[in-house]
Design a protein around this ligand. Structure first.
Ligand code: GLN
Length: 278
């Protein structure tokens, strides 16, 4: 088959994906190890039988809902190429709002001591470290196999100021204090129909689901965070598009001040934050 024919066949096979053309293009590029311009100018070149078989195999997996990022072991976040596989959540664009908010708040600290809870692929830590080499950072996760993925990304991007530690939210961090605590915790409710999206079924449920209303992890973090912050330190959390009001109330009840939310690019309140009073 020629490249163009294989692309057309692949796109057609992926009609149920939300982006069949892009998926087909990215998977072909991946297997042929080609870049965009090579693929554009070689549409009529034949594809070797081994490559064709591999492409058909990947298209089959994609049809079953496996995210493209797992098939290519790669995802761009904050303009960084990250290694990802099914041990970690695929980094989402809306999480860049969390990174932007942390960077804005961190500007008022000369050399901030930052904790990221539940780092997964390490996407947030890599982005923060690239912009704040002067910061001291700790990134945690519950599982050693997830920390192994974060380690690959931190090493790939030379993030020497990030320390990886195994911890279950705050348990494992007793006695420590930070200037900023941030997290993109699981926040989807157990029965949320969003979980039926095929891609989500291939992702680690522990990184997505947090109890009946999706707020279990956030409740745990908000209620304990003060004990791990210096006075005037900030807690900054990503959450679902409809959870901001609940989370601001939780933060106010826990004694945080200057509580407010930030919008993502779709205009949804996506990040809420509050400062520990003096
Ligand atoms: N934003 C993700 C989604 O809606 C959920 C990520 C999370 O739970 N932290 O697919």
């Amino acid at each position: 088959m020629k490249i163009r024919e294989l692309l057309d066949w692949s796109s057609k096979s992926l009609v149920r994906s939300s982006s069949p053309d892009i998926d087909a293009w990215v998977l072909l590029k991946f297997v042929l190890q080609a870049d965009d311009s090579w693929l554009i100018s070689n549409e009529h070149a034949p594809v070797g039988s081994q490559d064709e078989a591999r492409i058909r195999e990947l298209i089959e997996l994609r049809k079953r809902g496996v995210p493209v990022a797992y098939l290519t072991n790669s995802r761009q976040f904050w303009s960084k190429d990250l290694y990802v596989d099914s041990r970690v959540l695929v980094p989402r664009p809306e999480t860049e709002t969390l990174v932007e908010t942390v960077l804005r708040i961190a500007r008022s600290f000369r050399s901030p001591d930052i904790l990221e809870l539940g780092t997964g692929s390490g996407a947030i830590a890599v982005a923060l470290s690239s912009k704040m080499p002067h910061a001291k950072m700790t990134a945690t996760d519950l599982s050693q196999e997830v920390l192994a993925v974060a380690k690959i990304n931190l090493q790939r991007h030379d993030c020497t100021n990030v320390n990886l530690e195994k911890a279950d939210w705050f348990s494992g961090l007793e006695g420590r204090r930070f200037d900023l605590i941030c997290s993109n915790p699981p926040y989807v409710g157990r029965n949320d129909p969003h979980l039926e999206v095929p891609e989500l079924q291939h992702e680690p449920q522990s990184a997505l689901v947090a109890g009946k209303d999706g707020l279990d992890a956030i409740r745990q973090i908000v209620s304990a965070a003060s004990g791990y912050l210096h006075s005037k330190g900030w807690l900054i959390l990503e959450h679902a598009y409809d959870q901001a009001g609940d989370i601001r109330a939780m933060m106010n009840n826990a004694g945080f001040v200057d509580v407010h939310s930030e919008k993502d690019l779709s205009g949804h309140d996506r990040v809420s934050l509050g400062r520990k009073s003096e």
